[in-house]
Design a protein around this ligand. Sequence first.
Ligand SMILES: *Cc1c(COP(=O)(O)O)cnc(C)c1O
Length: 359
Amino acid sequence: MKITINPNAKDAAVRDALVAEGGFGKYYTDHMVICEWTEKDGWAEPELIPYGPISLDPATAVFHYGQEIFEGMKAYRQPDGGIALFRPEANARRFAKSAARLALPEMPEALFLETVETLVKQDAGWVPNKVGESLYIRPFMIATEVGLGVRPTNKATYLLIATPAGAYFDPSKAVSVWISTEYVRAAQGGTGEAKCGGNYAASLVAQKAAAKEGCDQVVWIDAKERKWIEEMGGMNLYFVKGKGADATVITPKLTGTLLPGITRDSILFAAKDLGYKTDEVMLSIDDWRDGVSSGEITEIFACGTAAVVSPVGQAKSAMGTWITGDGQPGKITMEIRNQLLAIQHGTTADKHDWMKRVI
Ligand SMILES: *Cc1c(COP(=O)(O)O)cnc(C)c1O
């Protein structure tokens, strides 16, 4: 990999002050990675360069037809001061799958991992120290062929940037959700399983509708029967049935329209390790309402790389409003959240070999 060090990299004191501010996506590290692909020559050698704007012809394909994919992953500070990535191979695999769906070139997993490790090593000083904080890493790829003809691109650019992420979890606040029966996120045969910007562009109007209903987030249901729960905004959903050691932790089944979250997958293992039964199910809006009113569903939470685990409280839909629990995060929700964070920060055994040391 070619390396060009940023001559204007922030002083350690300035950088540490920015990292200490917390927040998310406000500041970016001193460097980024860029790697070009052409149909003719394949992938070029990646380059680590100073973070900064890129210049593109206004007729570049991505601006017109949205041929773009991305990933979201994190690097965590370890007790000995080192840094480790959480399941980066899973992000590499998913990135290649998303690429295939969007007719973009599949980046070899080893190349993807090399770019991530190089950037994290170079900008290690930007990885926060406290539990719950991390360096959020955003790999993405855009179609860079110039021209307005609609066709799969013969040129693509991969970019990698990173931003410190503070601990923005507020345990006193459960997320309220609007179950959208008007808009859908994904249909069979569509791009629901791919992590592409277009899915998000199409979701924003529903997010607006949720806000208008006084809700924080939108919950998506299936496109065909308009009754099966899929996911929440950019996160997967979990439901806890029962209480204590007999509880079952369930999540909507991957039907081909849900985004297969790496946090979702990890929780299936982590919940089992904590002694709970787990299941992947078809869960309808009625099941949600009836489960909450009978008391069978005791806790609900959403999960994803950015927030790890977020408790869900009030659900509102065209069919009414119902509330889970007492508005406080559930016991099992917090137990699972703490277990994942302990693995990520290296304070408990990593029995599934999820952590990959960078330093
Ligand atoms: C990224 C994403 C998730 C969560 O995936 P993780 O790998 O756990 O971060 C869930 N749903 C959607 C729509 C997403 O884009």
